[in-house]
Structure formats: structure tokens, C-alpha cells
Design a binder for this molecule. Sequence first.
Ligand code: FES
Length: 155
Amino acid sequence: MNIGMGIAVRSAAFEPRRYNRQNLVSCCPARCTIRARRAVNGFHSPVIMDSFFKYHVFFCLNQREPGASRPCCANCNAQEMQEYAKKRVKQLGLAGPGQVRINKSGCLDRCEEGPTIVVYPEGVWYTYVDQADIDEIVDSHLVNGKIVERLLIDR
Ligand code: FES
């Protein structure tokens, strides 16, 4: 804002503030990352205090051309399984902020071990074959926090 005589005063509302961990912590005593982001500089910041979702699950749905040198998850029913997981999580009332989010992803670069799922924040990697495996991951990991050892990629 210009207040005359060539003197410009920046409005506090548009004053970008630098990232400051202490500022973030004190601005967001609860779990709200959006509030924390706004507290930093008034627009979205890449800084994340904690997980917006309790579990964020990514299903690789990558599709490769026939004859590609690497396999792809799309050829292992990945899209159907992702849609199934999303529906199941919703039916259980687990979907939404602070709870569970089921997302699609591109190649997660573990093609030979797939089809792949990765669950954050832990970074737990699973593979699966059918709906029964998805049910087990949902019921055990996403509902009860217990990792399904038999479906782990990293054992
Ligand atoms: S195609 Fe799924 S991990 Fe690469």
C-alpha cells in the first residue's frame, strides 16, 4: 500500500514469513496442517507438520505398453483393487481427513514385486492378489494398526 511521498508499506496480510519450526508448532497445537500452512505465509507452503490423513495409501496403477521390459501393476487388476479398497474404506466410515485416504499413483518403481501398495506415514509396502488380500490390509493395518506380514514386500 502506498501512503504517499513514495513510501510503500506492505500489508501484514501479504507479508511472506519464512518457515520457522517454532512458529509452526505454536500455531498448530492440534493436528491441522492447513492452519499451520496458513500461519506460515498466507498461502500454501510445502511444510507439513504431521499427516493430514492417519493412513495415506497409494495403489500403483501404472500401465505399460505390451512388450515393455518391466511388468506393470495395471496388468494385475490394480485399478479394480484400488476401487474396491476405496469403497470398502468408505463403507467402514474410515474415509476422510484424519482417517484414511486411498489414492491412485503412477509407477512406484517396484514393478517386479507388484502389484504394489505403499501405506504412509510408515512407508509400509504391500503386494496383493485379490480382494481377500485387500480386506486383510484394510482390516488389520488400516483399522487396527497391525501390519500384514504375509503381504509385505520388504520381509
Ligand atoms: S508399475 Fe507398479 S510399481 Fe512400477
